[in-house]
Design a protein around this ligand. Structure first.
Ligand code: PRT
Ligand code: ZN
Length: 300
């Protein structure tokens, strides 16, 4: 029978904004899995990696306590947990090993029309409703402001109209929720996105090798998402100006074209997306037969 302790456990949000992106990322890293009957664990079939599906708020603790080796969770949640663990005297904290390119949002103050806001000092003596008391308290401490923090576990945006707080500090992505509640977003105290966190406990050698491999693949997946492979023909005389137009490309490959001394083929990997405007500029600079292809996998 297989040694279960040698398998890597990754905590992922069970059902919410990060779930699909997190599972998609793991699939792109080559993991295929089957879901357990209880729907709480996905068993890796081709790698020694299992995925535990949990509430996002539980992820930092599961990783901190080494129940899981890795976790995928928003920086808003990891920061709140990190401050909470630190306040409770926990010394050896989980590590953030990678920031991911999904789950983008920001933690901002939202004020009703009755509140005037210039800077942090405007908050003196006010009541702030939030689901992130540790982060807000930390901000107030750094700014040397006395304000009271009222903890709300959900529907923070209704706190001012209920008379429970003077303003709120909550996550924003489009800004629609604050606007719909007549709140003006005035200051961001944390920029957030999903991140990969790792247990503070040293991994056994075999596990460490797999985690390293997985992290390298995560890096690769993130890089290819925007990357493009571009091929074009260019007059030798225009090579420098054409090269300068290619976004995020390293040394391109230049190849001769049969029977032509004046024109060459150029191939390059661009680490940023290529827009129509770039193609038009390339054409204006003398390029022809331009072809842009998606990159499927990349290993630096
Ligand atoms: O059940 P579980 O506890 O696992 O899920 P949850 O309800 O706590 O979390 P979920 O799924 O809502 O969000 C998971 C993570 O997604 C968060 O911790 C953030 O890291 C990230 N994220 C990204 C967001 C948002 N964008 C977001 N807009 N989390 C919440 N919101 C909410 C926000 O709280 C507010 O109510 O959406 C509203 C604001 O959105 P806009 O677009 O109107 O500005
Ligand atoms: Zn949650």
């Amino acid at each position: 029978m297989q040694d279960q302790s040698a398998r890597i456990k990754i905590a992922v949000q069970k059902s919410g904004r990060l779930t699909e992106h997190s599972m998609d990322l793991l699939s792109r890293c080559g993991l295929s899995y089957s879901r357990g009957r209880d729907q709480l664990i996905c068993y890796g079939e081709n790698m020694p990696i299992d995925v535990l599906l949990v509430r996002d708020d539980d992820i930092p603790r599961l990783v901190q306590e080494d129940v899981c080796d890795l976790g995928i969770v928003g920086i808003n949640v990891t920061e709140e947990a990190r401050l909470d663990f630190a306040a409770n005297g926990v010394a050896n904290l989980f590590e953030r090993v990678n920031e991911l390119d999904f789950g983008h949002c920001r933690l901002s103050f939202g004020i009703p029309a009755s509140v005037e806001f210039q800077d942090a000092r405007s908050l003196e003596g006010l009541r702030i409703a939030t689901s992130y008391p540790r982060i807000v308290e930390d901000y107030l401490r750094r700014k040397n402001v006395n304000a009271s923090v009222v903890e709300f576990s959900g529907a923070v945006e209704i706190a001012p109209s209920l008379g429970k707080a003077d303003l709120i500090c909550d996550l924003v992505s489009s800004g629609g929720t604050m606007r719909a509640h007549q709140l003006e977003e005035v200051e961001t105290i944390l920029e957030s996105r999903a991140a990969l966190i790792q247990t503070p406990v040293k991994l056994a050698e075999e596990k460490a090798t797999w985690v390293q491999r997985l992290l390298q693949r995560v890096e690769g997946v993130q890089q290819v998402r925007e990357s493009k492979y571009i091929m074009l023909h260019a007059p030798r005389s225009a090579l420098d100006s054409i090269r300068a137009l290619l976004p995020g490309s390293e040394a391109p490959t230049i190849m001769p074209l049969d029977g032509r001394d004046d024109i060459v083929a150029m191939h390059a990997v661009c680490r940023e997306n290529i827009f129509w405007e770039t193609l038009e500029d390339l054409k204006d600079a003398g390029a022809s037969s331009i072809l842009v292809l998606p990159v499927e996998k990349m290993l630096a």
